[in-house]
Design a protein around this ligand. Structure first.
Ligand code: G3D
Ligand code: MG
Length: 206
């Protein structure tokens, strides 16, 4: 691996309040499922290192702190995301219907250069519960109608499929990262005053 540059991937988790976003992150990062874990998250994001083939990748996972109820997550939350996880609860059709607006919200706020190919991953969580209301087929159809989004069903409680879903997140974000090596997302902008604009007469008010 010598000589390969380190990779940092920014991943954000979106979905209705209560679908299990924080629990999924806790299970993935610390193999823990407890309310105590959630209470200790004061940070905007958590990181976890993963090995993808021969590359060591740091996943920086951004979770909401409950503001998703008001869809007011702010620009910093979305900025520079390499992958977006959309989560619903398999026992809640409402949370599944919300995926459309979460996806739209992400595309508006993050404004990725190539929205058609931006990597999303969809997770249907809480498969350990008996009262499932959203079939895997229905969710898969939604995913294929979009941009063939990978779909996983998980239980953050039992740790089922969580690792696998996040591995796909990392892999798909890596593909994008490689593309960005060629065409960077952020080209620094220089603010050059217009030729007829007098700068000397202006006082600095700072
Ligand atoms: P959020 O971050 O999307 O708002 P949370 O969701 O992770 O806070 O989870 C909301 C509630 O769902 C929590 O219950 C949590 O324990 C529960 N939950 C999360 N994932 C699962 C799961 O896979 N299975 C089951 N059965 N429950 C889950 P409380 O009671 O603390 O509100
Ligand atoms: Mg949460």
């Amino acid at each position: 691996m010598a000589g390969r540059k380190k990779v940092l991937l920014k991943v954000i988790i979106l979905g209705d309040s209560g679908v299990g976003k924080t629990s999924l992150m806790g299970q993935f990062v610390s193999h823990k499922f407890s309310s105590q874990y959630k209470a200790t998250i004061g940070a905007d994001f958590l990181t976890k290192e993963v090995q993808i083939d021969d590359r060591l990748v740091t996943m920086q996972i951004w979770d909401t702190a409950g503001q998703e109820r008001f869809q007011s997550l702010g620009v910093a939350f979305y900025r520079g995301a390499d992958c977006c996880i959309l989560v619903y609860d398999v026992t809640s059709p409402t949370s599944f219907r919300s995926l459309d607006s979460w996806r739209d919200e992400f595309l508006i706020q993050a404004g990725p250069r190539d929205p058609e190919n931006f990597p999303f991953v969809v997770i249907g969580n809480k498969t350990d519960l008996d009262n499932r209301m959203v079939t895997a087929r229905k969710a898969q159809n939604w995913c294929s109608e979009k941009t063939n989004i990978p779909h996983f069903e998980t239980s953050a409680k039992d740790g089922v499929n969580v690792e696998k879903a996040f591995e796909t997140v990392a892999r798909n974000a890596l593909v994008r990262e490689k593309e960005n090596d060629i065409t960077p997302d952020f080209i620094p902008r220089l603010e050059i005053p217009a030729p007829n604009q007098s700068t000397s007469s202006k006082k600095c008010e700072c």
